[in-house]
Ligand binder design. Structure first.
Ligand code: CTP
Length: 410
C-alpha cells in the first residue's frame, strides 16, 4: 500500500544491471506508484531513453542543461516532487559523486538538491566494490542517511564472482516500501471529507448542465490526506479518475446527491470542498426527452442548488468540522473575490485559484493562494496539482497539531 500514489524517481546509472531497473519501474507502477526516470549518460549506454519513457509514461530525463527538459520539468522540481529516490544501479562513480556532493550532471544535481529519502542499489565489479575508496564512500553515504540495498554476491556480468550484483527487484521494492512506510502520519486518527469533480444536473433523461471540472485537484487532495494517515471520504461527481489508495469514495451526480453524501459522511474533523458544484439545477427536469418544437425554444427554469461549503461551515458547533476549507475558482481579481467568498461562505480557509485562460480546469497544474482568516494571502508558486495537494495536506496537519497543542496547554 505504501507505494500507491507516491512519486518515485528512479535514477539509472551505467551498469549492466540497468536492464533490471526497467523491471523495477514496471513493478513500482504495478503497485500504483507514479514513476519518473532519470538516465545518466553511462546508463544510456545500456538501455534506451525510449524504454524508460515507455514504461514510466513520462519523458526520460537526461540532461541538466536541456532547454526543453528544464522548461517542462526543472531539476529542482524533479528533486522536490519525489517522495523517494531510488538509484539503481548505483555505480561506483555515482556513489563517489554522491559522497562528495558533486552536481555536474542531472542525476548528481537532483541527488544534491533533494530532501526526499534516497535508496541506492549498488552494482559493480567485485574489486571496485572492495576498494577502500568505495568502502569510504559507502560509509559516508550511510552516515549521511542514505539507504542501501544490496549488493548481492554471485556471478557478475564481468565473469568474476563475489559481491557486486545489484539487489533483485523484489528486494529493492521491499526497501522502498519500508522507507515510505516509515513516513510521518501526522493525520492518523483524523477524519477528512473531500468533495471533488463536477456535478451533473439533469435537464431531461439525456441532457444535463455540468462544467469542465476534471476532479483531479480534489482527488490529489484526498490522496495526500490519506498518505498522511487521515481516514478520508471522497464524495465525487462524475470523473474519469481512479480512486486514490486508502480512500473511501462515494459517487454522486447532482449537487443535492452530493450534499446528502456529505451529510452521511459526518462527523469529520476536516472538510475540503473542491467540487465544482453546479450553482443551479433545472427546477423540474422533463421525464421524457424534450423535443424540438415549432413553438420556439424550451424555457429552462432554474433553482439554486444547496451550497455545500456554506452549509458545512454553518453547522452548529460539535457538528461543524474543525477546519472547513473551500476553493475559489476565479477568473479576475482572484484574491479579492476569493477572500470575499471565504467570508460570505464562513469557511476557515479558502484556496484561491486562477481559472482564467482555461488551463486549470482539466489541466495538471495549478496556481493558488492560500487565504486563512483575514491574514495576508499566501501566494504559492505554480505547481502540479499533486504538489498543491501535498502542501495543503501538510498545512492541515500543522494546523491541527497546533490546535491540539493550544488545547493541551489551555
Ligand atoms: N461550493 C459548494 N456548493 C455549491 C457551490 C460551491 O460547496 N453549491 C463550494 C466549492 O466546492 C468551492 C467553493 O464553494 O469550495 C467556491 O466555489 P465557486 O464555484 O468558486 O463559487 P460559487 O459559489 O459558485 O460563486 P460564484 O459563482 O459567485 O463565483
Amino acid at each position: 500500500m505504501a507505494l500507491a500514489g507516491r512519486q518515485v524517481l528512479v535514477i539509472i546509472g551505467g551498469g549492466i544491471a540497468a536492464y533490471k531497473s526497467l523491471e523495477l519501474i514496471r513493478r513500482l507502477k504495478d503497485r500504483g506508484a507514479r514513476v519518473r526516470g532519470v538516465l545518466t549518460a553511462a546508463g544510456a549506454q545500456f538501455i534506451t531513453p525510449l524504454s524508460v519513457a515507455s514504461l514510466t509514461g513520462e519523458p526520460c530525463y537526461q540532461d541538466l542543461f536541456s532547454l526543453t527538459e528544464e522548461a517542462e520539468m526543472g531539476h529542482i522540481r524533479l528533486a522536490r516532487e519525489a517522495d523517494v529516490i531510488v538509484v539503481a544501479p548505483a555505480t561506483a562513480d555515482l556513489m563517489a559523486k554522491m559522497a562528495h556532493g558533486h552536481a555536474n550532471d542531472l542525476a548528481s544535481t537532483i541527488l544534491l538538491a533533494t530532501t526526499a529519502p534516497v535508496l541506492i542499489a549498488p552494482a559493480m565489479n567485485v574489486e571496485m566494490w572492495k576498494k577502500p575508496a568505495t568502502r569510504r564512500n559507502l560509509e559516508q553515504l550511510k552516515a549521511d542517511g542514505i539507504h542501501v540495498v544490496g549488493p548481492g554476491a554471485g556471478d557478475l556480468a564481468c565473469g568474476e564472482t563475489g559481491p557486486g550484483r545489484m539487489a533483485e527487484v523484489p528486494e529493492i521494492l521491499a526497501a522502498v516500501e519500508r522507507i515510505l512506510d516509515a513516513g510521518p502520519r501526522p493525520l492518523a486518527g483524523v477524519r477528512a471529507l473531500v468533495t471533488a469533480g463536477p456535478t451533473l444536473e439533469p435537464i431531461d433523461p439525456v441532457r444535463f448542465i455540468s462544467n469542465r471540472s476534471s476532479g483531479l485537484q480534489g482527488y490529489r487532495i484526498a490522496e495526500a490526506l490519506a498518505a498522511l494517515g487521515a481516514d478520508v471520504t471522497l464524495v465525487s461527481g462524475p470523473t474519469n479518475l481512479a480512486t486514490p489508495a486508502d480512500v473511501r469514495r462515494v459517487d454522486v451526480e447532482s449537487a443535492r446527491e452530493m450534499w446528502q453524501a456529505v451529510r452521511d459522511a459526518l462527523p469529520v474533523d476536516v472538510a475540503v470542498c473542491v467540487a465544482a458544484v453546479a450553482d443551479w439545477r433545472v427546477t423540474s427536469p422533463a421525464a421524457e426527452k424534450i423535443k424540438k418544437s415549432r413553438d420556439g425554444l424550451p424555457a429552462l427554469e432554474l433553482t439554486e442548488n444547496p451550497d455545500i461549503l456554506a452549509s458545512l461551515a454553518a453547522l452548529p458547533a460539535g457538528e461543524r468540522p474543525r477546519l472547513v476549507i473551500g476553493f475559489a475558482a476565479e477568473t479576475e481579481d482572484v484574491v479579492r473575490h476569493a477572500a470575499e467568498k471565504r467570508r460570505r461562505k464562513g469557511a476557515d480557509w479558502i484556496v484561491a485559484n486562477d481559472v482564467s485562460g482555461g488551463a486549470v480546469m482539466g489541466g495538471a497544474r495549478n496556481r493558488v493562494w492560500l487565504i486563512r482568516g483575514d491574514d495576508t494571502p499566501e501566494a504559492w508558486p505554480e505547481m502540479d496539482k499533486a504538489e498543491v495537494a501535498r502542501r495543503l495536506a501538510g498545512e492541515i496537519a500543522a494546523h491541527l497539531a497546533g490546535a491540539a497543542e493550544a488545547e493541551g496547554s489551555a
